[in-house]
Design a binder for this molecule. Structure first.
Ligand code: NAP
Length: 267
């Protein structure tokens, strides 16, 4: 385990960012050296209400932050557009990104992967940092070998910006590795209301539900002759993601490439 990892957090006032600050406050080997927050540039974290009592400067300019602050890791928990910019900038400044932000396009992921390789800097992008969710994805890949007909139902809080979730996309990608491509449902089926059958991913359907009261939940439902199998995971609190963030922050120190998905870091 690396001692004293110097961390910048982007998005500290967000629901996930605040949990990340609590994690850093609790863990002896992690030190907060700065935050990136577009609304509180020039202040200190200790001055901001509802944030842990950590002494670290806040920057609104990512370029200035990464040039002036000596850091090992940038934890990004912001929005797709800003997360992508921060990740690229961190790699250019030799700071290892640990990214929970979801919604990057395949082209952006590929570009970041190439940049990390070129700079020989470790990076972790994980659409889901909850260990239980990673297992749910792995179990789904296993089940898909035996049940090629599958639909994914993901449920999130109504403030989520991207759909389907990064976890649903990643699950479909893993299933695609073992499932022969085919269109599911009746060949002549029609939608009387657009979108009724959900999004199509290589013939599999993905359904996204957004409601207040939810955090992050997913069911992967497999259908076979006379039987169904449901693999389900629920994050009841954002704390559920933090052991994965800690693991990624420690492991990224020993990487020289970009790793996409927490499963690659688990034993
Ligand atoms: P949130 O509560 O809306 O927080 C996002 C934060 O990012 C807000 O505080 C926002 O600040 C800030 N932000 C936006 N643009 C910024 C910029 N240019 N510089 C600095 N900060 C900026 O959302 P959340 O629920 O915490 O989720 C954050 C991200 O993590 C989302 O992409 C979500 O899908 C993802 N997520 C990932 C996991 C995982 O396990 N990987 C789990 C849950 C969520 P303002 O208040 O100024 O808008």
């Amino acid at each position: 385990m690396s001692n004293n990892i110097k961390v910048i957090v982007a998005g500290p006032r967000g629901k996930m960012g605040t949990e990340a600050l609590k994690l850093i406050e609790k863990e002896e080997n992690l030190t907060l050296v700065a935050c990136l927050d577009r609304k509180n540039g020039g202040k200190n974290v200790v001055e901001i209400d509802n944030l842990p009592n950590l002494d670290a400067p806040i920057f609104d300019d990512p370029e200035k932050c990464l040039s002036e602050i000596e850091a090992d890791v940038l934890i990004d928990l912001t929005t797709p557009e800003n997360g992508y910019k921060h990740t690229k900038l961190a790699l250019e400044h030799g700071v290892r990104p640990v990214v929970g932000t979801t919604g990057f396009t395949p082209e952006q992921l590929e570009e970041l992967k190439q940049l990390a390789e070129e700079k020989q800097i470790g990076a972790v992008i994980a659409p889901n940092f909850a260990v239980g969710a990673v297992l749910m994805m792995q179990f789904s890949k296993w089940a898909a070998k035996h049940f090629p007909n599958v639909e994914i139902i993901e449920k999130h809080h109504d403030q989520k910006l991207d759909a389907p979730s990064g976890t649903a996309i990643k699950t479909a990608e893993l299933i695609r590795e073992v499932r022969e491509s085919h269109r599911q449902g009746h060949p002549n089926e029609t939608e009387n209301l657009a979108g009724a059958r959900g999004a199509d991913s290589d013939g599999m359907k993905i359904h996204s539900m957004r409601l207040p009261g939810l955090i992050a939940h997913q069911e992967v439902v497999f259908g076979g002759l006379g039987q169904t199998l449901t693999i389900k995971h629920d994050s009841h609190h954002r704390e559920s993601f933090m052991s994965g963030v800690k693991l990624a922050t420690e492991k990224v120190m020993h990487l020289e490439v970009l790793v996409y998905g927490l499963e690659h870091l688990l034993d």
